[in-house]
Write a protein that binds this ligand. Structure first.
Ligand SMILES: [Zn+2]
Length: 336
């Protein structure tokens, strides 16, 4: 393949030599591409900033918000073609065997799962159009909402900061930090991770973690990695933490794990430690019934509902309260 310079028409057999050549025109590579290719955000028409060659030509929007807005406002047929093209490219590039989980979509440049639902009727339908099925395509069983708080939970003796369950027992587990025994055992385990643990595990601890997943797969088990923070709080946590992680890199590594290991593991951001205590018994009791369910997707809906309920009670209290000029200034009564 040859690359020709848009300034002087000279040809080069590699991008590298073209880029070295561009500098001779007294230009930065980024400026050269933006000047000659003018890639524009499909929604706003603003020029897309150049970061890297591959990034530049694979980017159609300045941010995901614009993509989302375009997907729901542009002509439907055009949107469908765009999504299928992007989806196919990603799946082929990563050699994936099925449509990736919602969390993967959320952190990648692909549209979020709800967009597929809106545009294609369902995520399954979008996946079918590229000749595959979602990796986690099952519906949530209705008994997920039952009360499992009395379930006897086995906690691994090496677990550093055990969660509290009404009924629990310390034991050395083969896989993960939490499990269930006896008739309830269904080859399903849970690994609990704090925000810090999670980021460290998928970055510095990547190779070790992947070995653990290989072992889990080889003995026919399934590991739910439950992170005790809300996904949307990741940025805030990172700001507050003493150790800062490169979240883009964390998500990149997370996606690699999801692309490769979704047959024997999935990641769920529970919202908090308390929410983990609610979620983990459900996961352990339902076991295999959840292996192909996108638990994060449904759990998010639950979190949203809980959040809304809390917010409504708060709003009521606010309306009754006295609004001082000072509190108005601080924006306490700002409408959400
Ligand atoms: Zn030139």
């Amino acid at each position: 393949m040859s690359y020709s310079c848009k300034e002087c028409d000279e040809s080069f057999d590699s991008l590298r030599s073209l880029h070295a050549h561009i500098k001779k025109h007294g230009k930065y590579v980024g400026d050269y591409y933006v000047e000659h290719y003018k890639r524009k955000d499909k929604l706003t028409g603003d020029l897309i900033p150049f970061k890297k060659y591959d990034q530049y030509f694979a980017t159609d929007f300045i941010n995901k918000r614009n993509m989302k807005k375009w997907c729901v406002t542009a002509p439907r047929q055009e949107v469908k073609e765009f999504i299928i093209k992007k989806f196919k490219e990603k799946i082929q590039a990563k050699g994936m065997s099925g449509g990736p989980p919602s969390l993967y979509l959320q952190t990648s440049k692909l549209p979020d799962l709800d967009i597929y639902k809106e545009v294609f009727g369902s995520y399954r339908e979008a996946c079918t159009q590229v000749g595959m099925l979602p990796m986690l395509g099952k519906q949530l069983p209705s008994n997920f909402y039952d009360d499992y708080s009395q379930t006897p939970i086995l906690i691994d003796t090496r677990e550093q900061k055990p969660l509290h369950f009404d009924n629990s027992e310390l034991l050395k587990l083969d896989v993960g930090d939490y499990g269930v025994g006896g008739n309830l055992y269904d080859y399903t385990f849970v690994d609990r991770k704090s925000y810090q643990d999670f980021c460290a595990t998928v970055t510095n601890g990547y190779n070790r973690f992947v070995k653990e997943l290989d072992r889990c797969r080889s003995i026919g088990c399934y590991l739910f990695i439950v992170v005790e923070t809300a996904f949307d709080d990741m940025w805030g946590e990172n700001q507050r933490g003493y150790k800062k992680f490169n979240l883009e890199y964390v998500f990149h590594r997370m996606r690699e794990i999801q692309a490769e290991y979704t047959d024997c593991s999935q990641i769920v951001f529970s919202g908090s430690r308390q929410k983990s205590e609610e979620l983990i018994p459900k996961i352990l009791v339902l076991g295999k019934d959840l292996w192909e369910v996108d638990v994060q997707y449904f759990w998010n809906q639950q979190l949203k509902k809980d959040g809304l309920a809390r917010r409504q009670t708060k709003t009521k209290q606010r309306v009754q309260g006295y609004k001082s000029a000072n509190s108005r200034k601080r924006g306490i009564f700002r409408r959400y």
